[in-house]
Design a protein around this ligand. Structure first.
Ligand SMILES: [Cu+2]
Length: 367
C-alpha cells in the first residue's frame, strides 16, 4: 500500500525530474546490502559509529581496541546474539536483521563484569519508512530515570573467624604461565606474588571488628565510612578509619571510581589480575585510610582495598578451596592495607596488613 502510493506519487511528479530520482534513491533502503555500524571495544567502553540506524540488515564491524579480550552482544526485540571473544587488536563482524526498537549493545565477558564497568550502550533502530515514533522520547526518559536510580549503598559487618594473611607462597596454576607472559613489565611483580603472597595460604588466627558503609554514586562521588580494629600476630593493635575513597587508577586495575557493587572479578573475568580465583563481590572499594598502631598514627594515606566476596578459603585451615569461587556464599570480607605512595613499609610481616573476616554479612542501610 505504501509502496504503491509512493510509486504513484513519484510517477506523477514528473516535473521534479532528477531531484525526485535522487530523493527516491536516498530514502529507499538497499534491502540486499546490510548497513554498517562500526563498534570499538575498549576498557571500559563500547563506542558505536552511530546512535541510530534504519531497520533491516545491519552488519556490526567490531574492533577490540583494548588491551584484554572482549566480547560483543546485541540484545533487543526478539534478538539476543553474541560473537566469540575478540582478542586485543582483532576484529570480527556480526550481521543481524533488526526490527525497530531499542537494542542493548554490550560486552558479556566476565558474567557481565565488563558491562557493569561501562561496556554497555544502546542502538536505536528506527522504521526505514518513517521517522522515529514519538514514544522513543518516553523510553529515553525512563532510561535516564533508571540511571539515577542506580545509586546504591551497602553496610557491611565483619564476622566469624578473623585471620591475618602473612607473606607466603601463593602458587598460580600452570594455566597462568601464558597469562603471566602477557603482563610484560608487571610480570616480575606478579611472579614475586607467587613466593610472597599477599594472597597466601600462610594465615594465623586474629581477632577484631570491621564495619563500614559504602556508597556507589558514580564516577567521582563514591564514598565510604567505617572503622576496622584488629590485633596482629605480634600483639599489636591496629585501627583503620575510612572516610574517603580513592579515585585514581590502581596499577593494572580498571578505574572504578572507588566503589563498585555486584561484580565478578579475577580469574576468567579478565577484570584485574587473572592470577587469583574467580569471585563474585557484593562490594569492592579502594580507599585511603587513617591508620593507627597501638593508638599512634602511622599514616593518613594508607592505601586500602576492601572486598566482600564469595568464599575462597576452607573452613578450619583457611587454605584456598576453589579456583572458580564465584558461586560460593558472599561472606568473606577482605581488608588489605598498604603504605601510602612513597611511604615506608608497615612494621608488620611483609610490610602490609591483610585481614579477613570469614563469615561476614551485608545489608542495605536505611537512608
Ligand atoms: Cu569486555
Amino acid at each position: 500500500m505504501d509502496r504503491e502510493s509512493n510509486g504513484v506519487r513519484v510517477g506523477t511528479v514528473v516535473a521534479l525530474g532528477l531531484l525526485g530520482a535522487v530523493v527516491g534513491a536516498a530514502s529507499r533502503p538497499h534491502l540486499d546490502v546490510a548497513a554498517q555500524v562500526s563498534v570499538k571495544l575498549s576498557e571500559w567502553n563500547v563506542g558505536l559509529s552511530q546512535a541510530s540506524i534504519a531497520a533491516g540488515p545491519v552488519t556490526f564491524v567490531v574492533t577490540n581496541a583494548g588491551s584484554i579480550p572482549h566480547g560483543f552482544e546485541v540484545e533487543g526485540p526478539g534478538i539476543e546474539q553474541e560473537i566469540e571473544t575478540i582478542q586485543p587488536g582483532a576484529s570480527d563482524t556480526l550481521t543481524l536483521t533488526l526490527k525497530p526498537g531499542s537494542y542493548e549493545v554490550y560486552c558479556p565477558v566476565g558474567s557481565d563484569s565488563h558491562k557493569k564497568l561501562g561496556m554497555d550502550t544502546h542502538l536505536k533502530v528506527v522504521s526505514a519508512t518513517s521517522p522515529a515514533p514519538s514514544r522513543y522520547g518516553a523510553s529515553e526518559l525512563s532510561e535516564s530515570h533508571m540511571k539515577t536510580e542506580r545509586l546504591q549503598a551497602i553496610r557491611v559487618t565483619g564476622g566469624g573467624p578473623v585471620i591475618q594473611i602473612l607473606p607466603g607462597p601463593f602458587p598460580f596454576p600452570d594455566s597462568a604461565a601464558p597469562i603471566l607472559k602477557a603482563f610484560g613489565d608487571e610480570r616480575e611483580g606478579l611472579e614475586s606474588q607467587v613466593k610472597n603472597g599477599p594472597y597466601s595460604n600462610n594465615v594465623v588466627r586474629s581477632s577484631g571488628t570491621f564495619v563500614f558503609t559504602a556508597w556507589d554514586k558514580g564516577a567521582v562521588r563514591d564514598s565510604v565510612d567505617g572503622v576496622a580494629e584488629f590485633a596482629t600476630q605480634d600483639g599489636a593493635r591496629w585501627k583503620l578509619v575510612l572516610d574517603r575513597v580513592q579515585t585514581k587508577d590502581v596499577p593494572h586495575h580498571p578505574r572504578f571510581g572507588g566503589v563498585i557493587m555486584g561484580l565478578y572479578y579475577h580469574g576468567v573475568t579478565q577484570v584485574h589480575t587473572p592470577l587469583v580465583p574467580t569471585i563474585n563481590s557484593a562490594v569492592a572499594l579502594w580507599a585511603f585510610g587513617h591508620l593507627y598502631k597501638n593508638d599512634v598514627l602511622v599514616t593518613d594515606n594508607a592505601q586500602v582495598h576492601v572486598m566482600l566476596l564469595s568464599r575462597t578459603r576452607r573452613d578450619g585451615d583457611f587454605a584456598l578451596a576453589c579456583w572458580n569461587c564465584s558461586k560460593n556464599k558472599l561472606e568473606e570480607l577482605q581488608l588489605q592495607i598498604l603504605p601510602g605512595p612513597g611511604e615506608p613499609k608497615f612494621d608488620a610481616p611483609g610490610g602490609f596488613l591483610f585481614v579477613n573476616w570469614e563469615k561476614s554479612s551485608s545489608r542495605t542501610p536505611a537512608s
